[in-house]
Design a protein around this ligand. Structure first.
Ligand SMILES: Nc1ncnc2c1ncn2[C@@H]1O[C@H](COP(=O)(O)OP(=O)(O)OP(=O)(O)O)[C@@H](O)[C@H]1O
Ligand SMILES: O=C(O)C1=C[C@@H](O)[C@@H](O)[C@H](O)C1
Ligand SMILES: [Mg+2]
Length: 180
């Protein structure tokens, strides 16, 4: 489980709630929140769809690795990662070596409900969004699950309920470490 209160990294598919819940958890725990997607946008001064258009997915992944290298040097932070951040082995190593990893798992149906009208996710534009999410789930769920210290099934719970649940897990884990 989530061990001592160091860095907490959220992983999961687009729409899983990494940004929403990461921000809430950071506020609850008095930690600083970062989002690797937002850091890439801040550094480049442009939105992610334009990066995909100009540099393709490989160009975006290079920027993502560079952002993670910097963000993983920070201490005592909560970070929401991009949905595909776990695809490269070097990114997985960075996350594993520098914090506790929480996989926010959601059903394809919930992911679809949350992302179907959004234009900010290039991998979900055009064609059948539900099918795209199904394929991404098949490809990535095993990677997220293998990397995570803790898997939280978000189910039908609200972002606030999930936040309280994770906060509870973190507190229990830190209490256990304190009595060791
Ligand atoms: N548990 C939840 N129940 C209902 N809606 C949610 C829940 N969690 C997040 N949402 C909503 O789903 C949408 C996507 O959430 P969010 O942007 O946090 O996902 P993400 O995991 O950061 O996605 P990405 O990888 O694309 O950045 C937002 O509109 C958010 O308000
Ligand atoms: O799942 C993915 O590969 C992505 C998720 C988003 O968070 C962004 O990082 C980008 O749109 C790619
Ligand atoms: Mg996000």
């Amino acid at each position: 489980m989530v061990g001592k209160l160091s860095n907490i990294y959220f992983i999961g598919l687009m729409g899983a709630g990494k940004t929403t819940i990461g921000r809430l958890i950071a506020k609850q725990l008095g930690m600083v929140f970062y989002d690797s997607d937002h850091e890439i946008e801040r550094k480049t001064g442009v939105k992610i769809p334009l990066i995909f258009e100009l540099e393709g997915v490989d160009g975006f992944r290079k920027r993502e690795t560079a952002a993670l290298e910097e963000l993983c040097q920070l201490e005592n932070i909560v970070m929401a990662t991009g949905g595909g951040a776990v695809l490269l082995p070097e990114n997985r190593e960075l996350l594993k070596n520098n914090g506790k990893i929480v996989y926010l798992r959601a059903s394809v149906h919930d992911l679809w409900l949350r992302t179907r009208n959004d234009k900010s996710r290039p991998l979900l534009q055009g064609g059948n969004i539900r099918q795209k999410l199904e394929q991404l789930y098949i490809d990535r769920d095993p990677i997220y699950a293998a990397l995570a210290d803790c898997i939280v099934d978000t189910g039908a719970q609200s972002a606030n309920e999930i936040t309280s649940y994770i906060e509870q897990l973190i507190k229990e884990a830190s209490n256990k470490e304190a009595v060791k």
